[in-house]
Ligand binder design. Structure first.
Ligand code: DSN
Length: 433
């Protein structure tokens, strides 16, 4: 599938590290909810000569000559992104989700301005106001969270805080929250309190593109996303604007010129937050969007949700506490505090058995972010391999055997063999010679 003949002789050490990663991905159960396996077509688009090209600006409005062919790739990516999300405008240049969020903040806030974002410990994201991220360093974040009794976002609390604090921006989105987000309710609160609404759909983007869960596009003034999680594209970011944003968010510049909101966001990406776009990645984004427009992608997304629900239920049946009681999406949190172990210990033992997860804070956690009381699980990558409900029940049982006897090397060895066998039944990538 992959041809590495030049790399192998030019740089055997890097070649070996890539082969090692292919083997790791082939032979382990990847349950990190934010990871996925791209198609061979996406990897080929990523490894191409468009990496050579400077293309600051936008298609047909570049600061460099020679952009005829990269323009084709970027136009296709933008047009496909708009079709996929039913958006009016897409900027496909952000190098990552964090870069897309930084550009959105630059467009919407001034240093010191107040915004509301979901508490990181309750499922939010580093770039939604963490004190160690630019979002929390340059801006004044007011966090909101989930209800202790239900694990669901507390919209009453969101409304109370917004009325009291009058933030300029409310950010709806999360990286460890399995329930659907009610963007219409967030928009209502934003309108009532004079805030703009930003949605970060990095995690559920593929499910939203498939029309399986509610979309932020009709409600948010701006939507940011990554392209590599449930959307199954190359690592990268994107900004989307729906007609809602376009209609009511024109701004008047100091010279009296009214700028469309899409122009404001485009300028915030470049020159505001980035220089030259990664044109090879943009080509690969276009390929992934084409794949996501196929009817088979919707079937894939449906299977992700069914797999996630099955995995959560199977673990719950074995006595594990699933935050909020389950999931509507591709991800859920397991609170291990009633099992006498930390998220860190669980992550390590599972990794030794060939099951990759990430430790994660759970709402109202008493442990530090390096230790945590929980793990986050999601099956998008395993669903790409073709696994279904039956395999989810097997995986739940493998996880349970490891976590029920954390220090037992024999259990870890036996489970590890079963993991390898399960992976063998669902082949992923050919290993180069
Ligand atoms: N770090 C990603 C995740 O795992 O959710 C989000 O950016």
């Amino acid at each position: 599938m992959f041809d590495y003949q030049f790399l192998k002789s030019a740089d055997p050490e890097i070649y070996e590290s890539i082969v090692g990663e292919i083997q790791r991905e082939n032979n382990t159960l990847e349950l990190i909810a934010s990871e996925n396996f791209v198609s061979p077509a996406v990897t080929q688009a990523l490894g191409n000569v468009m990496t050579n090209k400077y293309a600051e600006g936008l298609p047909n409005k570049r600061y460099y000559g020679g952009c005829k062919f990269v323009d084709i790739a970027e136009e296709l990516a933008r047009e496909r992104a708009c079709r996929l999300f039913d958006a009016d405008h897409a900027n496909v240049q952000p190098h990552s989700g964090a870069q897309a969020n930084t550009a959105a903040f630059l467009a919407l806030l001034k240093p010191g301005d107040k915004f509301m974002g979901m508490n990181l410990a309750h499922g939010g994201h580093l770039t939604h106001g963490s004190p160690v991220n630019i979002s929390g360093i340059y801006f004044h974040v007011i966090p909101y969270g989930v209800r202790k009794d239900t694990g669901y976002i507390d919209l009453d609390e969101v409304e109370d805080i917004a009325r009291r604090e009058k933030p300029k921006l409310i950010l709806a989105g999360a990286s460890a929250y399995g329930r659907e987000i009610d963007y219409a309710a967030f928009r209502q609160i934003a309108d009532e309190t004079g805030a703009k609404l930003m949605a970060d759909i990095a995690h559920p983007a593929g499910l939203i593109a498939s029309g399986l869960i509610k979309s932020s596009i009709p409600h948010a003034h701006i939507t940011t996303t990554t392209t590599h999680k449930t959307l199954r594209g190359p690592r990268g970011g994107m900004i989307l604007v729906g007609s809602n944003g376009e209609n009511d968010m024109g701004i008047t510049t100091p010279k009296g010129k009214v700028k469309k909101w899409s122009e404001v966001f485009d300028s915030a990406v470049f020159p505001g937050a980035q220089g030259g776009p990664l044109m090879h990645v943009i080509a690969a984004k276009a390929v992934a969007f084409k794949e996501a427009l196929e009817p088979s992608f919707k079937e894939y997304s449906k299977q992700i949700i069914s797999n996630a629900k099955t995995l959560a239920q199977a673990l719950s049946d074995k006595g594990y506490h699933i935050v909020s009681g389950g999931t509507d999406t591709h991800v859920f949190l397991v609170d291990l505090s009633n099992r006498g172990m930390t998220g860190r210990a669980a992550e390590r033992a599972l990794e030794n058995a060939g099951i990759t997860v990430n430790k994660n804070m759970v709402p109202f956690d008493t442990q530090s972010p390096f230790v945590t009381s929980g793990i986050r699980l999601g099956p998008p990558a395993m669903t790409t391999r073709g696994m279904k409900e039956e395999q989810m029940r097997i995986i739940a049982s493998l996880i349970d055997r490891v976590l029920s006897d954390l220090e037992n090397e024999d259990v870890i060895r036996t489970v590890s063999k079963e993991v390898t066998e399960l992976c063998r039944q669902f082949p992923l990538y050919d290993v180069p010679d």
